[in-house]
Design a protein around this ligand. Structure first.
Ligand code: PEP
Ligand code: CO
Length: 453
């Protein structure tokens, strides 16, 4: 085990380079990669250190049960899908879910988008067999293209610059939407998209939105100056992604001029995936020295010892809000496995935020060969997560959802049921299947109920 003290002294944005790094692309030309990274390191930061510190505070509230985290967005953002409409529609769903959660439970919601940088994907295998030919696996648009040819799949470092610019454009629009009037609570009705509004979940949402209108009118009638209440007109919205592509994250890591601390300025929060969470590996090394809030995915193969070692590496000082553990155990395992982890981490005194990712432990292939998930399994894992916390006396801190604002047919079930035969209709994800806007809203109601009880 790496001693936390020793490793912190030796930490530098480049220190990960001395350790084994899983899941890095086979770049054909390392000199070209170096040139790209050098260029990236001169480009402006996408987020500021002070913003990341504020998110740590918000997450600290979640670790105490005073707030609930909604981490949500695409599995993999796409270079082919950069439009104002798609960013707006994803934001709409997240805002709608947050309203349902806040209104239903009375708990503030910390909104963190898997957006503006969620490009790199870990893969189970480095290559794939296509019609008898072995070609490199698709690793996300920041690395290669998904078309099934050797040429498209060859890792291209210039894509990192394109990903940086798409992240900047996306973040710019998110900032405009969340600070410039779109996220004003008086707009609560306009977040309901047409194809959602006509559904049962959409109508239920409309009722909540009308109640919020009434409450606002009531407060105004009481003489409260609503215009002066900034929190009614703007929302705080943070970004996050998996810190997978280490060179890119290193190039975006900057020293904060106020504190002298290092921040990865590619997003407010970064996490290590279930495949790259080795405590003595390069990914954990990079995250260990960053002052952003960080996360780690915890899959079913993680032992209690693995999790404690990760906590010691990523949160040696036991700082509330510093570390979020995102469990993705699967609906069948959560109730048995999670309590042991909750108990061990509590006994070791780590004030982590526990977030449930009910997506990645519940993926399977449909008969037609589509990667999919059942809405009922997603819900069942969240229910298991809540009951494990209830049994252990710990705090369920949030959920981590793969979703889109579009009317896709990628996950099965939901109130307006998507059937296996429907999967081919609108299956557009470049990686994992996402809940569509109606399924996402439906889920928010169920989570609000769990929060209330
Ligand atoms: C993901 O979040 O898209 C992902 C790959 O998750 P995990 O590391 O939990 O498998
Ligand atoms: Co995914």
């Amino acid at each position: 085990m790496v001693s936390p003290e020793r490793s912190r002294e030796a930490w530098h944005p480049r220190s990960w380079r001395e350790l084994p790094a899983a899941q890095q692309p086979p770049w054909p030309d390392e000199t070209e990669v170096d040139g790209v990274l050098k260029h990236l390191s001169t480009l402006p930061p996408l987020v500021f250190a002070g913003e990341a510190r504020r998110l740590t505070q918000a997450l600290a509230q979640a670790s105490r049960g005073e707030a609930f985290v909604l981490q949500a967005g695409d599995c993999a953002e796409s270079f082919a899908d950069l439009s104002a409409d798609s960013i707006r529609d994803k934001l709409k769903v997240i805002l709608q879910m947050a309203v349902v959660l806040t209104y239903g439970s009375g708990v503030p919601v910390v909104k963190v988008g898997r957006m503006a940088g969620q490009f790199a994907k870990p893969r189970s295998l480095p290559t794939e067999d296509v019609g008898g030919m072995e070609i490199p696996s698709f690793r996300g648009h920041i690395v290669n293209d998904e078309a099934p040819t050797t040429e498209a799949r060859t890792a291209d470092p210039s894509r990192m610059v394109a990903a940086y610019h798409q992240s900047a454009t996306t973040l710019n629009l998110l900032r405009a939407f969340t600070k410039g009037g779109f996220a004003d609570l008086s707009e609560v009705h306009t977040w309901n998209q047409q194809f959602v509004a006509s559904s049962a979940e959409g109508r239920r949402y409309e009722a909540v939105a009308s109640e919020i209108d009434r409450a606002l009118r009531f407060m105004r009638a009481c003489g409260i100056d609503l215009g002066a209440e900034a929190s009614l007109h703007q929302v705080e919205f943070w970004t996050c992604h998996e810190a997978l592509l280490l060179g890119y994250e290193e190039a975006m890591t900057r020293e904060d001029s106020l504190t002298g601390d290092w921040y990865d300025c590619s997003a407010h929060m970064l996490w290590v995936g279930d495949r790259t969470r080795q405590p003595d590996g390069a990914h954990v090394e990079l995250l260990s020295g960053l002052h952003n809030p960080v996360g780690a995915k915890i899959g079913p193969t993680a032992s209690t010892r693995d999790v404690l070692e990760l906590c010691e590496r990523l949160d040696p000082e036991r700082t509330p809000g510093r570390l979020t553990l995102i469990t993705r155990l699967g609906a069948a395992r959560v109730e048995q496995t999670l309590p042991l982890l909750l108990r061990a981490v509590a006994d070791a005194g780590h004030p982590v935020v526990w977030v449930c990712d009910p997506m990645h432990g519940n993926t399977f292939l449909s008969d037609g060969g589509r990667k999919t998930r059942r809405f009922d399994d997603v819900l069942a894992e969240i229910q298991g997560f809540f009951s494990a916390h209830r049994a252990e006396g710990t705090r369920p801190g949030g959920v981590h959802i793969e979703l889109t604002g579009d009317d896709v047919t990628e996950c099965l079930g939901g109130a307006e049921e998507v059937l296996e035969d429907d999967l081919d209709l609108r299956y557009t994800t470049t990686c994992d299947p996402r809940l569509n806007a109606r399924q996402s809203l439906d889920l928010a109601y169920r989570v609000a109920e769990l929060l209330r009880t």
